[in-house]
Design a protein around this ligand. Structure first.
Ligand code: CUA
Length: 401
């Protein structure tokens, strides 16, 4: 098979273009003929019917057979290409994809797991679909493939990526609150890069194994590390936390420890945390005992603050070239004593005084031209390549200076 083709997309597109093209031709032909007859045989010219014909076997046979043939070619063409979507080429690389509220998890034959689908370019990939809770739908628009992931049933799709790159994967079946967040990507790597990724042991990534496991199992889709409680309780500062739970309908206070976390992962329905809906699925065999220990250990002992180093970012982005930290005036205002300082700025040509806080700093980094500090030139570039998390880490550090 030619590695530079995208067989599933090409097959589906060919059928679509054929059916659409035939329909378009018919639409145009019928519309033009209708308009022609309406004008030619208008009543002012022919007040009475002029034809004496009462039937034509030949004409009736043609307009019955021709459309039947056209529709049959559409069926035949669509059916053969549909079989192309179901017949996986021999030697395909197999990956399991499991859908659950609300993330995808991919599992490879060598035991590696990930939350993005990593595949090599130019090779047929068979994705085996399952679900651990409700019906999800695995949708990769770039390859024109979509198939439901149904609990208790295994189905599959296959595709082949012509070139390296990142391709969207969505869930296309409404599956609850987090449905719209069930987004990930297929990362198509060159054969060598893929081999390297595939063989790489977790230890070589430099990321704590526990953290990696939390990502792989999609925990961070619902739980944050930054203290914000969105769908589920945050993972931030868990150790020794006093928490109100309801156990078999009885309210109790517990201290978060390893034993509690183990229950909360294996049997989340047993102790429900106050104010959160009981939606977490139980994690059984898919997390081994050793992995569970890693996770618990990380939750209790790992960094429970954002992993991004704000000070390092401030240095790396060259902020200190224009801003001092000792109060001296350089090209830009000093960082010293920023938090709570009042600052005169010009916004849309109007002068105003404002207090420096997190909101102001976020704006000043993302869009520095919007509010210009009095007595300073408007030369700071917008730092919009920074992620939200990075900006938060920087702002947090700036407010401390
Ligand atoms: Cu899963 Cu929508």
């Amino acid at each position: 098979m030619n590695p530079l083709t995208n067989p599933t997309a090409q097959g589906v597109d060919a059928v679509l273009i054929y059916i659409f093209g035939v329909s378009l031709l018919l639409l145009l032909g019928i519309t033009v003929a209708t308009i022609y007859f309406v004008i030619k045989y208008r009543r002012s010219k022919y007040p009475e019917p002029t034809s004496e014909a009462h039937g034509s076997l030949w004409l009736e046979a043609v307009w019955t057979l021709l459309p039947t043939l056209i529709v049959l070619t559409m069926f035949w063409y669509g059916w053969t290409h549909y079989l192309g979507l179901r017949d996986v080429p021999a030697g395909a690389f197999e990956v399991k994809a499991n859908g659950r509220m609300w993330s995808w998890q991919f599992q490879y034959e060598n035991g590696r797991t990930s939350n993005k689908l990593y595949v090599p370019t130019g090779k047929p990939i068979k994705v085996k679909l399952t679900s651990s809770d409700v019906i999800h739908s695995f949708f990769m628009p770039g390859f024109r493939i979509k198939r439901d992931a149904v609990p208790g049933m295994e189905s599959y799709v296959w595709f082949q990526a012509p070139e390296t790159g990142s391709y969207d994967i969505f869930c296309a079946e409404y599956c609850g609150t987090g449905h719209a967040d069930m987004i990930t990507t297929a990362e198509v790597l060159s054969a060598e890069d893929f081999e390297r990724w595939y063989e790489k042991s977790a230890a070589a990534t430099g990321v704590a194994r526990g953290r990696e496991l939390l990502e792989e199992h999609g925990c961070l889709g619902c739980h944050s590390f930054d203290g914000s409680n969105s769908i589920a309780p945050t993972f931030g500062k868990l150790k020794g936390l006093e928490r109100e739970i309801s156990h078999e309908g009885l309210e109790q206070k517990i201290i978060v420890d390893a034993e509690y976390l183990r229950r909360a992962i294996r049997a989340p329905g047993a102790d429900l945390v106050e104010d959160f809906p009981p939606i977490m699925p139980a994690y059984g065999d898919e997390i081994s005992e050793t992995d569970l220990d890693e996770i618990i250990n990380y939750l209790l002992e790992g960094e429970s603050k954002p992993l991004i180093d704000g000070n390092k970012l401030i240095e790396e982005n060259g902020c200190l070239g224009c801003h001092s930290t000792d109060g001296s005036k350089l090209i830009g205002p000093s960082f010293k004593g920023l938090g709570g300082r009042s600052s005169e700025v010009k916004r849309d040509g109007q002068e105003l005084k404002l207090k420096v806080g997190a909101d102001y700093l976020r704006r000043a980094i993302r869009n520095p031209g919007h509010e210009i500090v009095a007595d300073y030139p408007a030369i700071m570039p917008a730092y919009d390549h920074l992620s939200d998390e990075e900006i938060e880490a920087i702002v947090e550090e700036l407010l401390k200076k």
